[in-house]
Ligand binder design. Structure first.
Ligand SMILES: [Fe+2]
Length: 520
């Protein structure tokens, strides 16, 4: 279990006394974890006493750290987990050696890098769960003119080896971070985290329907710049204390690919590993590996070198889904092709400026589409971002699309060549290459890249190679296979999304389905 109700009891009791309603809410959540044996017995309709399994309670951030280090390629590494809040802590750091982790410190509630970012994201009028990602994209359009104010909101604290929040700018330490679920789309959202002082220093709060102005972009840039200052300082202090030059990152903050990409230039660290489900979705893996190594002392034997751990479908299942859809009867042309021919024809479709749905193998684990449930397009066309947004994705115009690049070509096209197999690092595109791949190059000249190896994903590598053979560019634009919905998983969902949106063609396993335009 990636929860330990007994962790940080003193801090919890202190805040339980100050915020009884928050404490009641937490108690309900924790009761679920305490009664796991009973819940399991009820699910299997058996007596709890007959369940022989031993249960381990793993603290939130220890599970985060284990989910990164124990599946990393590193024998030794600095470890850092940072998120909103979990088991009453927001940040934990330490060192991993072999099959052991040593925890050096943690930062307790209410101080939190995640809540810092979320509070300013809310202030900027982005209220949905996960909107921090949008503000990170928006930051590239601004100047960090308000950095001094943000330094007052997020402060360096030598005692914590990290930071504390300027609590006058927040409300969660008084009322508790309230989570609620929207009825319409079942998405979670946090209650308001910032106080009046935020607007008294930064200007009027932006309402969600109001236009995004330059001052909002500047606040976003300041928010990101201050996060980076504190993040790099923590990593640098860890790197200085130990001779380790590798870091494993986890927690929601580890998805800040902009900050991650700058680690190499701002700290002594030379290697970064962030596994693809670095947020709370990575808990099951983290808790399991924690028990296996830290508690049972088993040796390391696994490196997570790809993200394709989700459901996969056989050719027979895909064929059945195509037949059941009736798509061929509606005039779409369906062809079953050998791999090289499939890659060659798919690359030609992309190079022709068309939009291709690309569904292959097992689904990705984690929030990013990494070439198995992706929509792929030509990165060379400056208008491709607008075309994708208009026809399929319907996203805010300031959000960038990502490039997938043949791993072996990374250094030729980007300022760094360290692998980024899970799209968790953003690097500057080399200046002379920017006009060659304008679609996935962000306004600040960076790209949140995925480096693709033949070993990790042979078919996606074959597609990008075929595109390079045709165009000289070893890059495709990659965005998730969905339209304001969860990423498709099953072939039926891919066909449904393909038919609903205005994609031109769909590759589904070994099958190429040409859309209405291309069948002529
Ligand atoms: Fe977390």
């Amino acid at each position: 279990m990636p929860r330990n109700p007994y962790a940080r009891l003193g801090t919890k009791l202190f805040y339980a006394l100050r915020m009884p309603s928050f404490a009641r809410g937490r108690a309900k959540v924790l009761a679920k974890f305490i009664g796991v044996r009973e819940a399991l017995a009820a699910a299997f309709d058996s007596d709890p006493k007959t369940i022989a399994a031993q249960f381990h309670r793993i603290e939130h951030h220890q599970a985060h750290l284990a989910s990164a280090f124990f599946v990393s390629p590193f024998e030794r590494a600095v470890l850092l987990s940072a998120d909103g809040l979990g088991d009453f802590a927001s940040t934990m750091w330490g060192v991993g050696v072999g099959n052991r982790m040593e925890i050096d410190g943690a930062i307790p509630f209410p101080h939190s890098l995640g809540l810092y970012y979320t509070a300013v994201t809310q202030y900027l009028g982005f209220l949905k769960f996960g909107d921090e990602y949008k503000v990170m994209g928006l930051a590239a359009y601004g100047q960090p003119e308000q950095l001094d104010v943000l330094r007052d909101i997020l402060c360096v604290n030598p005692k914590f080896n990290g930071f504390h929040l300027g609590l006058d700018y927040f409300t969660h330490h008084r009322s508790g971070p309230e989570m609620s679920w929207a009825e319409s789309d079942k998405t979670p959202s946090l209650g308001k985290l910032y106080s009046e002082k935020m607007s008294s220093r930064l200007g009027a709060v932006r309402a969600p329907e109001e236009p995004v102005e330059q001052r909002h972009r500047n606040v976003a840039a300041s928010l990101q710049a201050r996060l980076e200052e504190v993040y790099f300082r923590m990593l640098e202090l860890s790197a200085v204390r130990t001779p380790l030059k590798s870091v494993c990152l986890a927690g929601g903050v580890a998805f800040n690919c902009v900050a991650n990409g700058k680690i190499f230039d701002n700290t002594l660290i030379e290697q970064v590993f962030v596994q693809p489900a670095a947020g709370d979705a990575g808990f099951a893996v983290g808790a399991a590996y924690y028990v296996w190594h830290q508690k049972l002392g088993k040796p390391r034997s696994f490196v997570m070198d790809h993200a394709y751990w989700g459901p996969g479908f056989s050719t027979a299942e895909i064929r059945a889904a195509i037949e059941a859809s009736g798509i061929a009867r509606e005039g779409y042309i369906v062809a079953e092709l050998p791999e090289q021919e499939l890659a060659r024809r798919a690359a030609a479709i992309i190079a022709d400026g068309k939009i291709l749905g690309w569904f292959q193998g097992r689904a990705e684990w984690g929030p990013r589409a990494l070439g198995n449930r992706s929509i792929v397009a030509d990165p060379r066309r400056a208008d491709m971002k607008d075309i994708l947004n208009r026809r399929i994705k319907h996203r805010e115009i300031f959000r960038p699309f990502a490039p997938s690049i043949l791993a072996e070509a990374t250094g030729e096209w980007f300022a760094k060549s360290h692998p980024s197999p899970f799209m968790t690092l953003a690097y500057a595109v080399r200046p002379e290459k920017r006009e060659l791949i304008p679609a996935p190059t962000h306004v600040d000249g960076t790209g949140r890249l995925q480096t693709v190896t033949r070993e990790a994903n042979p078919r996606y590598h074959a597609l990008i190679s075929a595109f390079r053979d045709l165009t000289g560019v070893p890059v495709v634009l990659n965005t998730s296979f969905n339209d304001n919905e969860p990423i498709v998983c099953r072939p039926e969902e891919a066909i449904d999304c393909f038919l609903r949106t205005k994609m031109d063609a769909l590759v589904l396993g070994d099958f190429l389905i040409n859309g209405v335009e291309l069948r002529r």
